[in-house]
Design a binder for this molecule. Structure first.
Ligand code: ACO
Length: 436
């Protein structure tokens, strides 16, 4: 097996080392390329560029494999819990009983947010999108915890910041929902576990008793596990990139939330439901909508289909589809858009346009249907994704800091105007100067 790759340029041969990962993935290490040859590489969207060496998540898009720290996602989704997975991602190992108790206690004890932050909600319009509230509030946490602003935190200060982030994100998210309804916020309660607490803050009212449904808790926990990390995706790369400037952890996570918001990334789960609703309102003729998705003159895409990395199937979608059926059955929900979703999937999977382009349902295709069934409003779907992805972002930031990675600063090939002289406006307007 070759240990180097050769580049021939201007009749000279340059050897570049190969790097091998623990799952036999190979990369050409081009870190010396510019020094040796004066060349850079060009890779729009980083489709072929590895940005880092990482020990957190392995995925194989061709085989539909996803593992966190070596553990298959199927096993974690079935047997583990969200906070156990959070510990695994952030610290590299599943926790011992004592480590888990310290971790969960630390999170439980930091779930309140500063009372002054509660006042921030009053200033947001009622229709404010909860993703923008979440990002702003997370960044605002840095104004309250100035002790955690330096990037190189002691292990104790880092642990506290991690506890604060995991705990308070759930409170901030639930309160954003309560605020949008004009309802009083519900304070977190230490007797609940993480998912129970979130559901309590979302759906309980001071006027009546609220019982958390264990079926809903299980489904939510599974969804959060499935979303917990996905290696160097758009939002994780954003967190690493912002963090590489040594911006603090709150700022880096807030940037990750904003990257997730876009419909090509985490925002797709909201768009899937809106699309399915539109198909239902249009009489349920999903074949017509498939034709729209295939029409290159129509900007419409089949939301929840396609993935940058998975070109066979998304293992998370397989687990979610099964969970979706179970939850709806157990809750006795008969959602007509589930039938539309299934019909759409069946039709697309035998359509040559989708088959040739390897477009399969992704994690977002069915997650929205579960969220809907458990009462989460559509514009909170991407917030739910952010809750799940938070441990992954923290793990990615922590690894980037521990690796002492340099500030991320890509290069470019400039294609704009070549040098030209400045001419004052009056002369330009007189038409004395032609466009260069
Ligand atoms: N519907 C119809 N056609 C599609 C779709 C879709 N959902 N996705 C891709 N295509 C087509 C493209 O038009 C392109 O066709 P062409 O080769 O004829 O030009 C081809 O498939 C390849 O698509 P790319 O855009 O090159 O694929 P890329 O890897 O860059 O994009 C992405 C992946 C962004 C996920 C894309 O498939 C998409 O926009 N999907 C819909 C949004 C979505 O579900 N996003 C969630 C992703 S999962 C996540 O972030 C958790």
């Amino acid at each position: 097996m070759s240990k180097t790759a050769k580049i021939i340029y201007n009749d000279k041969t340059y050897e570049l080392p190969l790097v091998e990962g623990s799952e036999q993935e190979h990369a050409i290490d081009i870190s010396s390329l510019r020094d040796k040859t004066g060349l850079i590489t060009l890779d729009s969207g980083y489709k072929n560029s590895g940005a880092t060496l990482s020990k957190i998540t392995f995925l194989d898009g061709e085989l539909g494999i996803l593992r966190y720290r070596g553990y298959p996602i199927e096993q974690l989704a079935e047997k583990s819990s969200f906070l156990e997975v959070a510990h695994l991602l952030i610290y590299g190992e599943l926790p011992t009983t004592e480590q888990f108790s310290n971790f969960t206690t630390g999170i439980t004890r930091h779930s309140l947010i500063h009372e002054d932050m509660k006042r921030f909600y009053e200033a947001y319009p009622k229709k404010a999108h909860p993703m923008s509230i979440l990002a702003s509030m997370l960044c605002s946490l840095s104004t309250f915890y100035s002790d955690s602003l330096t990037p190189k935190l002691s292990p104790e200060a880092l642990a506290t910041t991690i506890h604060r982030l995991i705990a308070k994100t759930s409170t901030i998210a639930a309160w954003a929902y309560k605020n949008s309804l004009g309802h009083p916020v519900m304070y977190p309660q230490n007797k609940f576990n993480y998912c129970e607490n979130f559901l309590h803050m979302m759906f309980a009212m001071p006027t009546e008793d609220y019982e958390v449904d264990p079926v809903v808790v299980d489904a939510l926990d599974k969804l959060l596990i499935l979303h917990a990390d996905h290696e160097q995706n758009c939002s994780a790369s954003t967190v690493r990139m912002v963090g590489s400037s040594h911006a603090n952890l709150y700022a880096s996570i807030s940037a990750g939330v904003l990257a997730l918001w876009g419909p090509r990334h985490g925002g797709a789960n909201q768009e899937v439901i809106q699309m399915l609703e539109a198909i239902k309102a249009d009489g349920g003729d999903y074949k017509k909508w498939l034709a729209k998705a295939k029409d290159k003159n129509d900007p419409f895409l089949l939301m929840g289909f396609g993935h940058r990395v998975y070109k066979n199937f998304d293992p998370r979608a397989t687990i979610i589809k099964k969970a979706c059926d179970q939850v709806l059955k157990k809750l006795g929900v008969n959602d007509p858009i589930l039938e539309i979703a299934k019909g759409l999937e069946e039709e697309a999977l035998k359509d040559s346009y989708f088959v040739e382009r390897k477009l399969y349902p992704n994690v977002d295709f069915y997650s929205g249907i579960i969220y809907r069934a458990i009462g989460i409003p559509t514009d909170m779907f991407t917030v739910m994704f952010a809750l799940g992805r938070l441990p992954g972002w923290i793990a990615q930031w922590k690894e980037m800091m521990e690796n002492k990675e340099p500030i991320a600063r890509p290069r470019q090939i400039y294609t704009g105007a070549v040098t030209r002289d400045y001419v004052p406006a009056k002369q330009r307007e007189k038409g004395k100067v032609l466009v260069a």
